[in-house]
Design a binder for this molecule. Structure first.
Ligand code: HEC
Ligand code: HEC
Length: 451
C-alpha cells in the first residue's frame, strides 16, 4: 500500500498542489467503520527487553554488565552510600523497572509509595503519587519570586530514618500549588548505547530529509536540541536535554537519589545538619583497587543493554499478523513516522554490538511543538515549553504509562493527546481520527503493542 501512494504522490506532485494530492490520498483511505478500537493492553509473555546484547559484547564487556552494571543499577542505597538529604527514590532500578530492569514505571505498586514508610519515614506521600499510578518526579515552573525555575524538586527527605544524622530536620517542599508543578515519568534506557552511538550527521540528515514532501504537507518541522558549548546533538530525556549516558547517570545519581559523584560533585541540599558526608559521596576507588565509580557501572549497564525485541517481524522472529503489518504501513502512510523515524544507524564504535547497527527506535531524536495540551511550560536547552523529543516507541508494547507525565495508560488516549492548538501533529491526528476507519485505527494500536 505504501509504495502505491508514494508513486502516486510522485506522479501527481507536478500536476496538482500538494494539498490536493493529500486530500485525494485521504479519500482513498476512507473505509467503512467497524468495531470501536481499543488498546490491546500490555503485551503478555516474557519481557522483550532487559537483556545485554546477545552478540557483539566481549567477555570483559559482558562481565562488566553482569557484575558491576546490574548490581549497581539495582542497588538500594542508604545514607552511608550518600543517599539524600533529598531524593525521589533510593535506587536507579526502582524507577527503571518495568517490564525489566532498565525500563519505566510498573502498572501497579509504585515503589515511591510502597517504599515511602521505610526509605523516608517522616515524609508524606504527596497527592500526585498513588500506589497504582506512575512513578513521577516533579518540576516547579516558577520560583516563589516568580522567576522561571524548571528544576526537579525532590519529594522525600532522609528525616526519620534510623541513619538520619541527629539534628537534620529539613521539611519537604510545598506541593500544594498544583498549577506551578509538572511531572515526568522515567524513560526506559533499553538500547541507550545505540542511541548514544548514532552520529549527529545521521540525525541531522534524517530530520532534514522529506523525500515525498510529507513533512511539509503535514506541517511537521522539529529541530534538534544541542549542547550550548560544543554544539553537538543532545538526545536523552523527554526534551532531548542531555548529551550522554555518563552525564545522565551522574545527574540522576544526584537529582533522583541525592548522591554526589565525580560528574555532579555538589549537594543540592547543603543544610550542614543533613549534608554530613565528604563529596563526591561516590567516586573512583583509588584506595580500593581503583574500582570504577558507580556512574561508570551505570553507564556499562545502560550501554550494553540491547534494544527491545518486538513480538514479531523478520526471521527469526515469528511472522506478524496481517493487522500488525497493516498498522505498520498506516503508521508511515499517515505521517506518524515523520516524527517517529522507524530506524537510524549507528556510526563507528569500539564496542562491536554498537558498531554500525540498525537502531529501531521509532524516533527522529528531534524536539517538536506538541501544542498547549502537552506543554509543560519548562524550557531545557533549546527545547521550549511545548517541545518534546519524539518519544522512542520501541518497547511500547510492554509500557504501562504514556506521555511525559504518565497521564494515561491507554495507548489510544496517548495518540489523541497529540492534538491541541499549536501541535505539529495536528494534521496527522486529524487523519487518524477522521479518515481512518476504526479497524485501521485498531491496526495501528495492534502494531504499536507488537513493538
Ligand atoms: C525517581 C525515579 C528515578 C530514579 C531513581 C532514576 N531515574 Fe532515570 N529517569 C527518571 C525520569 C523521570 C526520567 C526522565 C527525566 C526527564 O527527561 O525529565 C529518567 C530518565 C533517565 C535517562 C534518559 C533515557 C532516555 O533515553 O531518555 C537515563 C539515561 C536515566 N534516567 C538513568 C538513570 C540512572 C543511571 C539512575 C540511577 C543513578 C536513574 N536514572 C535513577 C526517573 C528516575
Ligand atoms: C510532530 C511529531 C509527532 C507526530 C506526527 C506523532 N508523534 Fe507520537 N509523539 C511525539 C512526541 C514529541 C511525543 C512525546 C510527547 C509527550 O510526552 O508529551 C510522542 C509520544 C507518542 C506516544 C507515547 C510514547 C511514550 O513514551 O509515552 C505514542 C504511543 C505515540 N507518540 C504514537 C504516535 C502515533 C501512533 C502517531 C501517528 C498517529 C504519532 N505518534 C504521531 C511526536 C509525534
Amino acid at each position: 500500500m505504501l509504495p502505491f501512494f508514494i508513486n502516486r504522490m510522485r506522479t501527481w506532485s507536478g500536476k496538482r498542489t500538494p494539498y490536493r494530492v493529500f486530500a485525494t490520498m485521504l479519500l482513498w483511505l476512507m473505509a467503512a467503520s467497524g468495531y470501536a478500537q481499543v488498546d490491546p493492553g500490555i503485551r503478555a509473555g516474557s519481557p522483550g527487553a532487559g537483556q545485554p546484547f546477545a552478540s557483539g559484547l566481549s567477555s570483559g564487556e559482558l562481565a562488566f554488565f553482569n557484575d558491576a552494571g546490574v548490581s549497581q543499577f539495582s542497588q538500594v542505597e542508604d545514607l552511608g552510600d550518600g543517599l539524600g538529604p533529598r531524593f525521589n527514590l533510593d535506587s536507579c532500578g526502582g524507577c527503571h523497572t518495568f517490564p525489566a530492569l532498565g525500563g519505566s514505571s510498573p502498572l501497579i505498586n509504585n515503589p515511591q509509595v510502597a517504599r515511602a514508610a521505610t526509605m523516608a519515614p517522616a515524609s508524606a506521600v504527596p497527592w500526585f503519587l498513588s500506589l497504582n499510578g506512575p512513578i513521577r518526579e516533579v518540576r516547579f515552573i516558577r520560583r516563589a519570586n516568580g522567576t522561571p525555575d524548571g528544576g526537579v524538586h525532590d519529594i522525600f527527605t532522609i528525616v526519620g530514618r534510623p541513619d538520619n544524622p541527629s539534628g537534620c530536620a529539613i521539611s519537604q517542599p510545598d506541593f500544594s500549588n498544583a498549577s506551578n508543578m509538572i511531572f515526568r515519568i522515567p524513560t526506559p534506557v533499553f538500547g541507550a548505547g545505540l542511541i548514544e552511538s548514532i552520529t549527529d550527521e545521521t540525525i541531522w540528515k534524517n530530520l532534514n530529509s522529506d523525500p515525498f514532501g510529507l513533512k511539509s504537507l503535514l506541517g511537521i518541522a522539529g529541530h534538534l536540541n544541542t549542547n550550548g558549548n560544543d554544539g553537538t546533538v543532545t538526545r536523552f530525556g523527554w526534551k532531548a536535554q542531555n548529551k550522554s549516558l555518563m552525564i545522565f547517570a551522574g545527574e540522576a545519581y544526584n537529582v533522583e537519589m541525592g548522591i554526589t559523584n565525580e560528574n555532579f560533585p555538589n549537594e543540592r541540599e547543603e543544610d550542614p545538619n543533613c549534608a554530613t558526608n565528604g563529596l563526591g559521596e561516590n567516586h573512583t576507588g583509588f584506595n580500593s583497587g581503583n574500582s570504577p565509580a558507580d556512574i561508570v557501572a551505570f553507564v556499562g549497564f545502560m550501554r550494553f543493554l540491547d534494544q527491545p525485541t518486538p513480538a514479531c517481524g523478520a526471521s527469526p522472529l515469528p511472522a506478524c499478523s496481517a493487522s500488525v503489518n497493516r498498522g505498520r504501513n498506516l503508521f508511515s502512510l499517515i505521517g506518524c513516522a515523520a516524527c517517529h523515524t522507524p530506524s537510524l544507524r549507528t556510526g563507528l564504535s569500539p564496542v562491536a554490538a554498537l558498531n554500525q547497527k540498525q537502531v529501531n527506535l521509532f524516533s527522529d531524536l528531534a524536539v517538536h511543538h506538541m501544542g498547549v495540551g502537552l506543554a509543560d511550560s519548562v524550557t531545557q536547552g533549546t527545547a521550549g515549553p511545548d517541545e518534546f523529543r519524539s518519544a522512542p516507541l520501541w518497547g511500547i508494547g510492554q509500557r504501562a504509562f504514556f506521555l511525559h507525565d504518565g497521564r494515561t495508560s491507554d495507548l489510544l488516549q496517548a495518540i489523541l493527546a497529540h492534538q491541541s492548538s499549536g501541535s505539529e501533529s495536528n494534521r496527522v491526528i486529524s487523519v487518524f481520527r477522521g479518515v481512518l476507519s476504526t479497524s485501521q485505527r485498531q491496526d495501528i494500536l495492534t502494531f504499536l503493542r507488537s513493538l
